[in-house]
Design a protein around this ligand. Structure first.
Ligand code: 13P
Ligand code: ZN
Length: 273
């Protein structure tokens, strides 16, 4: 299996990009211990050569994901560190194939059956639910990143920040790029047990209207077409929160861009940069 991955140039390139971004998450200080996870829909990169899946171990899913039947995903391993992923991505992530009935998955990158520790992220229910939503609407996003951005977690601790309006006024108001690159603003999920189907369902509702979603007192999820685009979205949102805290620490509430300045940006960059 390892050889087949190495021979697949598209897949190899994607894995190298995931490793690069995993390194950024660690360097940013957003990835303490095993914090965060990444998944990539790699279905288009696999040309059928891996179809003999029955020899690989099979695991049950908590839900059924009919739109994802037979699809392949590159998913970071549970308990694995982003800093380790950065230097050895294949040892800290897996490739899985969803079964035909979409109720289970095979880990097809596991070459030895005695590697019990290499399992997909505990946030798999949220990752798969989002990939399924993207497939349902025919979206082109392939990548999902979850990470623990300090300033975004800190922001959601404020009793004042439980409203999406308030959070988005801060995100858009702190620097022009936020309106240009995150025009749909961020979604917000109140605190719920991580790894649960409940948090997956609440997150899905927010991804109907946003490409970046905050999890109260926990972190952020983002979707994008490439690993770099997805990282950039999180980086831009995090920059806003950082500027807001910098001003507050300096003793003043930031003025923020005015409504007319925001509308001007929105009109000029409505169809992208
Ligand atoms: P995993 O190690 O299972 O991916 O969990 C990390 C995390 O951030 C949970 O929310
Ligand atoms: Zn987390």
């Amino acid at each position: 299996m390892k050889n087949k991955i190495n021979q697949n140039r598209g897949l190899k390139k994607t894995i190298i990009q995931v490793a690069e971004v995993a390194g950024y998450l660690w360097q940013k200080g957003w990835a303490e211990r095993n914090a965060g996870n990444i998944s990539v829909n790699i279905d288009q990169l696999i040309d059928g050569e891996l179809d003999d899946v029955n020899k690989y171990p099979v695991f049950e899913l908590p839900e059924t994901y009919p739109q994802l039947a037979n699809k392949y995903f590159f998913v970071t391993g549970t308990g694995k560190r982003m800093r380790d992923l950065a230097r050895a991505p294949q040892k800290n992530a897996i490739i899985l194939k969803i079964t035909k009935d979409a109720k289970s998955y095979h880990i097809i990158s596991r070459h030895k059956l005695d590697e019990p520790d290499l399992r997909p992220t505990s946030e798999l229910p949220t990752h798969l639910a989002i990939h399924q939503q993207i497939a349902e609407r025919g979206g082109s996003e392939k990548v999902i990143i979850h990470t623990h951005v300090n300033e975004l977690v800190a922001l959601t601790h404020s009793p004042d920040m439980k409203s999406k309006n308030r959070v988005n006024n801060i995100i858009w108001g702190m620097h022009p790029e936020a309106m240009v690159f995150i025009p749909r603003g961020v979604g917000f999920v109140p605190y719920v047990m991580p790894g649960s189907v409940e948090i997956a369902n609440l997150t899905l509702i927010e991804f109907q209207n946003h490409d970046v979603v905050l999890w109260e007192k926990h972190g952020v999820f983002a979707i994008g077409e490439s690993v770099f685009d997805t990282f950039d979205s999180i980086d831009i949102v995090s920059k806003s929160a950082k500027i807001w805290f910098t001003c507050m620490q300096a003793g003043f509430e930031p003025e923020g861009l005015s409504e007319s300045q925001l509308q001007e940006l929105k009109a000029k960059f409505a169809s992208g940069f």
